[in-house]
Design a binder for this molecule. Structure first.
Ligand code: P6P
Length: 337
């Protein structure tokens, strides 16, 4: 049973036995993410004070200009996971290929792989808007004792054993699931401890917030256009309120607490969508479903999609279940007309 103001460390220990693969390794893995989160949080919070802003001058696998904090966050999460020697592999938005991890004494015996978006929404960093880290954890599927393979990362979202995010906002929170609901922990900056502040978060079944970049409206598929027009119609509790921060973790977090829907559809500019399946959509979909919400590509359940590439993109519709189902009905109707 979760108690308010319990620390994250106490929560992990108290709930370890409920995790079906309990061996303590996942607990140590979550703890290492907690440590990296504190280190990155410190740097994000002082970004405006030192010359950490501005592009690092390189571009990442996505061809996007890397902010220095992107590079820093990526290095810190990888370094922490490697030092703790808990995982056998890491994939990151900032790394072209996955990283195989093994220390001489372990001989590839670690069984978890982690996929991360180390600093999502980084274009918001230099305008002081919330950003976040997203993580997804799987058990490897290739034999222990051998180097990790791409198959260990290209698993359906339904195979995730844990997923979560850190939101570096007005307060810093770590929100995660191991398949037994979604719990949120808020960092006390004074003592550097995460406290259980949002036990068993649930998406309201209905909401009045829709989150989409309406600047892309003319490029959207007709079904999505029809849904957006539906959101803007005067009827019942509509028109809805449009809220779009341009930071997935922030839009998702607000919608999960207040009720709402987030959409990043395909468009003529992004024919596959923009968000990455493995380290953005799958972890957020796991959280959404664990919080009694829903996540699809507009038609199919996100967590049923079989990945084919490490950085593949998919359309993403996620949030309050009745809002997602309404959007899906507009997509279906448009396809059948
Ligand atoms: P756009 C940030 O780059 C991100 O991946 C998500 O965090 C965010 O929701 C989306 O892209 C914003 O994209 O095209 O609307 O600026």
């Amino acid at each position: 049973m979760s108690r308010k103001h319990q620390t994250l460390g106490e929560f992990i220990i108290e709930n370890q036995s409920s995790f079906k693969y309990t061996s303590g390794e996942l607990s140590r893995l979550i703890n290492s993410i907690r440590l990296a989160a504190k280190v990155v949080n410190y740097e994000v919070n002082k970004a405006g004070l030192v010359d950490v802003l501005g592009a690092a001058g390189e571009s990442n696998i996505q061809g996007e200009e890397q902010q220095k904090l992107d590079v820093y966050a990526n290095e810190k999460f990888i370094q922490t996971l490697v030092n703790r020697n808990i995982v056998c592999g890491i994939a990151s938005e900032e790394e072209e290929d996955f990283i195989s991890i093994n220390s001489s004494d372990k001989n590839h015996q670690n069984k978890y792989v982690v996929l991360i978006d180390p600093l999502d929404g980084s274009s918001n960093i230099d305008v002081n808007v919330s950003v976040g880290t997203i993580f997804s954890i799987y058990r490897r599927v290739t034999p222990l004792g051998s180097p990790v393979q791409i198959e260990d990362f290209l698993q359906k979202g339904i195979e995730q054993v844990a997923a979560g995010y850190i939101i570096y906002g007005t307060s810093t929170m770590l929100v995660y699931t191991t398949g037994d609901g979604v719990n949120g922990f808020t960092l006390s900056p004074a003592i550097g401890t995460f406290y259980l502040s949002h036990p068993q978060i649930k998406f309201p079944r209905e909401g009045i917030i829709y989150s989409v970049n309406e600047g892309n409206y003319v490029h959207f598929p007709q079904g999505i256009k029809n849904y957006i027009k539906y959101c803007q119609m005067e009827e019942g509790n509509r028109p809805y309120t449009s809220r779009y921060i341009g930071s997935l973790v922030s839009d998702f977090h607000r919608n999960m607490i207040k009720g709402g829907i987030y959409l990043y559809p395909t468009s003529t500019k992004n024919p596959q969508g923009k968000l990455r399946l493995l380290y953005e959509c799958n972890p957020m979909a796991f959280l959404a479903e664990q919080a009694e919400g829903k996540a699809s590509d507009g038609s199919c359940r996100i967590m049923d999609i079989l990945p084919t590439q490490l950085h593949q993109r998919v359309p993403f519709v996620c949030g309050s279940i009745s809002m997602v189902e309404k959007a899906e009905s507009f997509v279906r109707a448009s396809k059948s007309s």
